[in-house]
Write a protein that binds this ligand. Structure first.
Ligand SMILES: [Zn+2]
Ligand SMILES: [Zn+2]
Ligand SMILES: [Zn+2]
Length: 259
């Protein structure tokens, strides 16, 4: 890999319920196509020698096993919603494999909420004989943050009323859980060639882009290639992709994207 090359392993592409959903017998939830099976949203990015996990989904362990992820240098959190954080305890394996604590980056508000959701992991006074994740919380204050000599650019996004973060690594950007990008976000996405963007379904939703809005937004950003994520069971993979231009397609679990 060259210095500016990015390799992305798409761990999960499903909305908060996952696809199939519990107790749903629709065509997508009962589909035989493995690309219609969507675990909760997460990716691993390899860039400039660092392996960065974005979010800790409820299926983190299964995702790492399926994609042979056995090392992670840091975790980046987009926001604190349960479908993006509740797999946090599985980070214990990376502590053990890497023999060190794992830095976790996110907005101050995101990290505060995660601390409250996992008191046993962060309370230094709490005595336990069980193992717990060894994490250092690193609040992101500005438009960029550094892990060693790897500098990552944040992208401000809105998920309904809630500010959340996208992340940019060279010519690649990951923007899940959003339905609005403020002007500053578009500025930071200028020149991105490959994009992963939220596209929940075709019907409107108060906190996620619809497929149509995602197509327009990807065009506005000018990405040569856009992949969509955080899909509900309304979007069958093969049929939806056949209806879309080849440079704007639904992503799928296990997809590897090289930029
Ligand atoms: Zn989500
Ligand atoms: Zn369904
Ligand atoms: Zn969310």
């Amino acid at each position: 890999m060259g210095r500016d090359d990015v390799e992305v392993v798409v761990l999960g592409t499903g909305t908060s319920h996952g696809v199939p959903m519990i107790g749903c017998a629709c065509a997508v939830c009962t589909s035989d196509d493995p690309r219609d099976r969507r675990t909760r949203c997460s990716i691993v990015v390899r860039w400039r020698g660092a392996r960065l996990l974005i979010d800790t989904s409820p299926e983190l362990r299964l995702q790492c096993l399926a994609n042979r992820i056995d090392a992670v240098d840091a975790v980046l959190f987009t926001h604190h919603h349960a479908d993006h954080v509740v797999g946090l305890d599985d980070l214990r394996r990376f502590n053990w494999l890497m023999k060190r604590e794992l830095p976790c980056f996110g907005m101050p508000r995101t990290l505060e909420r995660i601390e409250r959701m996992f008191p046993y992991a962060f309370d230094p006074h709490l005595q336990t004989q069980s193992s717990k994740p060894d994490l250092s919380l690193r609040p992101i204050e500005g438009s960029t943050f550094a892990l060693g000599d790897v500098e990552v650019t944040t992208v401000p996004l809105y998920h309904g009323e809630m500010p959340v973060l996208g992340f940019r690594f060279g010519a690649f950007a990951y923007c899940t859980d959003c339905n609005r990008i403020p002007p500053e976000g578009f500025d930071r996405l200028r020149g991105v060639r490959v994009l992963i963007l939220d596209a929940l379904r075709r019907r409107p939703h108060p906190t996620h882009f619809t497929l149509e809005q995602a197509l327009e937004t990807a065009d506005r950003i000018g990405a040569e290639q856009a992949y969509f994520t955080h899909m509900a069971h309304d979007l069958p993979h093969a049929e939806t992709n056949a209806s879309l231009p080849t440079h704007q397609q639904l992503a799928y679990d296990g997809q590897v994207i090289r930029v």
